[in-house]
Design a binder for this molecule. Structure first.
Ligand SMILES: C[S@@+](CC[C@H](N)C(=O)[O-])C[C@H]1O[C@@H](n2cnc3c(N)ncnc32)[C@H](O)[C@@H]1O
Length: 411
């Protein structure tokens, strides 16, 4: 199936950003912030509580810097094309590739349009990191470019502390200390990474999630209310959430259905509102069945089992339902037939439960008839949830989050 994307502000796109970007018109966004894979050679997992992890994205590029840089070049060229002449571009990276990306962006934006190399200090250090021999790495780099001399910039200040006095001993006048290009590096400028704050309320379990305060600074400085702010590697949607709070329009793209699920919930969107989501998830289930299975179980607020086959015929458990007890969940890759229903019924009987959930793309007519018969004759309630229904009504739950009303509609 060939999917066509169309440009619409306040939209989340699930798919490869190159393909989505190519469908966008020239000069249509005011500000771009990107936080792409850093060429770190790592895999990143979305972690639920302590036990459950789903692979969110990979940052390996087969270990080849050329592959990484050509991936970035194709995309940054498109971003330059769709940026308005008054627009700004922020590229978040670190020591792995910052020098290479600077050379690349100089080529695309022009050296004269390079405004700043922003150093973002990650925050205070503790534990094993402090034991490193040599200087401890503790900053990311944000390359800041504009498209022309006529760019939007709202100068920002750090308010003076009450005890602040000028060198001549007088109290200061004015708005405060103008912000420099070294962030989170001085007493008054607190902009810590949430990675170092174990109890941050912002944390959604998404790896590499950036703090809202960082995005707030960039968006306030380089856009105005009503402008379109874009993030084409938007992870769990930090840029979009902040843009929305600051009354900007926004555009977000991420290739990971896991990321798009988390960000849709964060923005208050349903999964069916995410352009390309259905298509990406179908692809994901073909690629990695275990991750897809865990995703679907989490999408109905269930708990996936960690070891495959540890509990025969049960892929996960659901505690929050009309049965008022923990019931089994089974996820099937194929269309559910009558024998599947009968097998699952045996599992429910064995577990002495009142019912359970079966999730699959489709269900056959004989299977539906069998579910009805079992309900009539045994009172056991086997609830079938189709993938399409999940897309429309399902929602990813986070540990400690309050249960949204629309989950109720499923059960
Ligand atoms: C470092 S994370 C971004 C985190 C984000 N700043 C946040 O606060 O949540 C990089 C993201 O780029 C996404 N990504 C990688 N390759 C992509 C591609 N070709 N198209 C779209 N997104 C991609 C990954 O899925 C991942 O979510």
């Amino acid at each position: 199936m060939e999917l066509r994307y169309y440009f619409k502000p306040n939209t989340i796109y699930c798919g490869d950003n190159l393909k989505v970007l190519k469908s966008f018109p020239d000069e249509c966004v005011d500000l771009i912030y990107i936080d792409p894979p850093f060429f770190s050679g790592k895999n990143y997992d979305l972690v639920f509580g302590d036990k459950y992890a789903i692979r969110a994205f990979q940052d390996t590029f087969e270990g080849k810097k050329e592959t990484y840089l050509s991936f970035m070049e194709d995309r940054i060229r498109e971003m330059h094309r769709i940026l308005k002449p008054t627009g700004s571009f922020y590229l978040h990276c670190d020591w792995h590739a910052n020098a290479h990306l600077r050379v690349l962006c100089d080529k695309i934006f022009g050296e004269n349009n390079y405004r700043n190399e922003i150093i973002w200090r990650i925050g205070w250090l503790s534990g094993y990191k402090t034991k490193k021999v040599g200087w401890i790495r503790n900053h990311d780099t944000i390359h800041y470019y504009v498209k022309s001399k006529d760019f939007t910039f709202n100068k920002e200040y750090i308010p003076y502390k009450d005890d602040y006095v000028r060198r001549d001993g007088k109290k200061p006048t004015g708005k405060g200390l103008p912000i420099e290009d070294t962030w989170n590096c001085s007493r008054g400028d607190i902009l810590n990474s949430i990675a170092i704050m174990s109890f941050s309320k912002e944390k959604l379990g998404y790896p590499t999630q950036k703090p809202e305060s960082l995005l707030k600074r960039i968006i306030k400085a380089s856009s105005n209310e009503g402008d379109i702010v874009a993030d084409f590697f938007c992870g769990c949607g930090t840029t979009l959430a902040v843009a929305q709070k600051l009354n900007r329009q926004w555009i977000g793209i991420d290739v990971s259905p896991i990321g798009c699920t988390v960000m849709a919930k964060r923005i208050g969107y349903k999964l069916k509102d995410v352009q390309g989501m259905k298509y990406s998830l179908k692809q994901a289930h073909e690629l990695d069945w275990m991750d897809f299975q865990k995703w679907t179980i989490k999408a109905i607020d269930g708990i996936p089992l960690t070891k495959k086959g540890a509990d025969k015929g049960v892929d996960g458990w659901q505690n929050n339902n009309k049965f008022n007890e923990s019931v089994p969940i089974e996820v099937k890759q194929h269309t559910i037939g009558r024998p599947d229903v009968q097998k699952f019924n045996t599992v429910i009987e064995r577990e002495k439960k009142k019912g359970g959930f079966m999730i699959a793309f489709k269900i056959s007519k004989p299977a539906i008839v069998e579910i009805k018969r079992l309900k009539r004759e045994t009172k056991r309630d086997l609830i079938f949830i189709s993938f399409d229904e999940l897309m429309d009504k399902g929602i990813l739950m986070r540990k400690g989050a309050t249960k949204p009303d629309n989950v109720q509609m499923l059960f």
